[in-house]
Design a protein around this ligand. Structure first.
Ligand code: NAP
Length: 256
């Protein structure tokens, strides 16, 4: 039995390494474009495509082996982005704890600075979290966040008033960020897919049904004139989860 468990964990480690190698290859292929970071969309969902049990609910979805892989992925990216709702709901630390390697820069998109000043990631010493708002965001809140150790970056607003992700990617590129991992939640994933900004996907699928909040909202009416599609899809079991990695077609074509 003990031998079977050791073999199983060796097998999971090998799958994890294969995923990391594939992700790294895509990251390196994007290094010639220094104007914006290479974007990896990486999140966990249930069999029925849910990211949590419902709005405002924090739901542990992936198993230990996939969580380790997530932390290894964090360690090979320069920055790690989430939406402000994820910070409010999950209070994540956005650092590397289950693997070894450097912490990425935490990036929170938060148009109107709704982020509470007492969240855990603002206590992170290194690297300094970057809170991204739209121009004209409350100056008092900006000062309070800087006081708590964050940096506030104001960028252009998109037509709906949210952070314009294209402008953000360019600003991150100017700061030397070459690789960006985006973990969620659903609104951010949807915006990234609709704007065709992701280069690759690492999706963990847990064999359970949540009947909750969908990972991807409707793309209709978002000016999305394409159907996001992956090329060269890799799929393996990791523990009881499935892990899927692939490069988005736009990115794959741009390389050829
Ligand atoms: N399973 C997983 O892997 C995973 C990972 C992360 C999160 N989650 C879950 O996801 C849920 C939160 O997801 P969510 O969809 O409610 O929110 P979210 O994507 O975490 O954050 C969305 C918020 O970010 C702000 N934002 C600013 N610019 C944006 C842009 N260009 N596009 C989209 N949003 C922008 C908006 O607030 P303002 O308008 O105020 O700026 C928006 O409401 C939680 O339940 C969390 O537990 C799951």
């Amino acid at each position: 039995m003990a031998q079977a468990l050791r073999n199983a964990s060796r097998k999971d480690a090998a799958v994890g390494q294969e995923v990391l190698d594939r992700v790294q290859a895509v990251l390196e292929s994007g290094l010639s474009d220094l104007s914006r970071p290479s974007v990896t969309l990486a999140y966990a969902q249930s069999f029925d495509g849910c990211i949590s049990e419902g709005p405002g609910m924090s739901t542990a979805i992936s198993n230990r082996e996939s969580q380790v892989l997530t932390h290894e992925l964090r360690a090979i990216h320069d920055a790690l982005l989430v939406g402000v709702n994820t910070v409010i709901v999950d209070d994540p630390r956005l650092n590397v704890r289950l693997a070894s390697g450097p912490n990425p820069i935490p990036v929170i998109v938060d148009s109107n600075l709704r982020i509470p000043v007492d969240v855990r990631l603002l206590k992170t010493v290194e690297p300094r979290p970057l809170v991204v708002a739209t121009r004209g965001a409350c100056e008092e809140k900006q000062a309070a966040l800087v006081d708590r150790g964050a940096e506030v970056l104001c960028v252009d607003a998109a037509a709906d008033g949210s952070v314009d992700l294209d402008s953000l990617l360019l600003s991150l590129g100017e700061r030397g960020v070459r690789s960006l991992m985006i973990e969620g939640g659903a609104k951010i994933i949807t915006s990234v897919l609709a704007a065709d900004l992701a280069d690759q996907l690492v999706l963990t699928i847990s064999p359970q049904f949540l009947g909750g909040m969908r990972s991807v909202e409707s793309l209709a009416g978002r000016g999305c004139d394409h159907r996001p599609e992956l090329a060269d899809v890799f799929c393996r079991r990791i523990g009881s989860d499935l892990v899927v990695q692939g490069e988005f077609l736009r990115s794959a074509h741009a390389r050829r």
